[in-house]
Design a protein around this ligand. Structure first.
Ligand code: A2P
Length: 323
């Protein structure tokens, strides 16, 4: 387990996802192209993006360069993207997955996720269409079971190797799980870090053999501007620092290893070459059960959540708002 090799999680038959992936939310195109180049050099193969991040074209350019030069094979990559809120309906699945594939210059993605359980009306290209009252123009007709059927069709059409959901709660997952006649969701991507460990949700998913992937695994420092507030600093937690010192590792490496040892994937984001490299160097050591218990005790439960989408005014009024 700790021999320096990447750990993979089995998603579906023959589909394995590297547990440590590369997050790309909130990066400019220029920053991202450099960061992806650096991440591929460092050994990352799982890269996470979304239509709504508006960076798929930049990612696609770097992937094409690496594939065309023969430095990497398509089948060695694990590319994840997501259906945007403005496409949260069956016709949107077909349209937006094809658009993502065009932008990424790929013929299939390895995992396609429904980005959020709530949906918006589609008004041209605007990712956050607003009403005259200044709130997001939510489409309350979002029908998860109908969307899921369209997701399954994409696997059968060869455009996605596996499918899943993101930001869904237990009730919503259960509903899709029960309705899915052909392909069950294989992944749930949610906010998860030291102060918000999502223990019940992880247990619930693992009992259904749904894997979990942690976004904001380092506490999403980059979101403090978006949220207009200081965020709790998981990297400076005293327990984390003490365990880091004991292992001769950095706090970020302890936080990521803690998540991976729980059987959960993580997609830290960085644009800094040293930190990109550091974040994938988590397979050459192991946390003891005592370390794990101490880290588990740092959980703050629901109070630890950073991102609840309420910064998008009107979204909490959607009937499928999950939190
Ligand atoms: P930077 O891009 O300058 O490295 P998350 O993945 O939880 O959203 O966290 C991303 C934030 O954490 C970014 O602001 C990133 O900044 C920072 N970050 C990423 N890796 C590390 C690390 N190893 N140590 C400290 N901060 C990090």
């Amino acid at each position: 387990m700790a021999d320096g090799k990447q750990i993979c999680l089995d998603l579906t038959e023959g589909v394995k996802i590297p547990a440590l992936g590369f997050g790309t939310w909130q990066s400019s195109d220029e920053e991202l192209e450099k960061a992806i180049d650096c991440a591929l050099k460092a050994g990352y193969r799982h890269i996470d993006t979304a239509y709504a991040y508006e960076n798929e074209k930049a990612l696609g350019r770097v992937l094409k360069k690496w594939i065309d030069s023969g430095k990497i094979k398509r089948e060695d990559l694990f590319i994840v993207t997501k259906l945007p809120e403005i496409g949260n309906r069956p016709s949107g699945v077909v349209k937006y997955l094809q658009r993502s594939l065009d932008y990424l210059q790929l013929s299939y993605v390895d995992l396609y996720l429904v980005h959020t359980p709530f949906g918006y009306y589609e008004r041209g290209e605007d990712l956050h269409p607003m009403t005259e009252e200044g709130v997001i123009d939510i489409d309350v007709s979002t029908d998860h079971n109908a969307i899921w059927k369209a997701m399954e069709d994409q696997v059968l059409a060869g455009k996605a190797r596996s499918i899943g959901i993101s930001n869904f709660n237990e009730k919503q997952i259960e509903r899709i799980w029960n309705s899915a006649e052909r392909i069950k969701p294989s992944m749930l991507q949610v906010e998860l870090h030291l102060y918000f460990q999502q223990k019940d949700l992880v247990n619930f998913c693992h009992a259904k053999n749904i894997k979990v992937c942690a976004y904001s695994p380092l506490g999403s420092r980059g979101s403090s501007q978006l949220l207009g507030k200081e965020l709790p600093d998981v990297l400076n937690n005293e327990v984390v620092k003490e365990i880091a010192e004991k292992h001769g590792k950095t706090p970020a490496q302890i936080l990521l290893r803690h998540i991976i040892q729980r059987g959960v994937a993580a997609i830290p984001k960085s644009t800094n070459p040293q930190r990109i490299l550091q974040n994938i160097q988590v397979f050459d050591f192991e946390l003891s059960s005592e370390d794990m218990n101490k880290l588990n005790d740092q959980d703050q439960g629901k109070a630890g959540r950073i991102l609840d989408f309420s910064f998008f005014k009107g979204v909490p009024d959607h009937p499928e708002y999950p939190f």
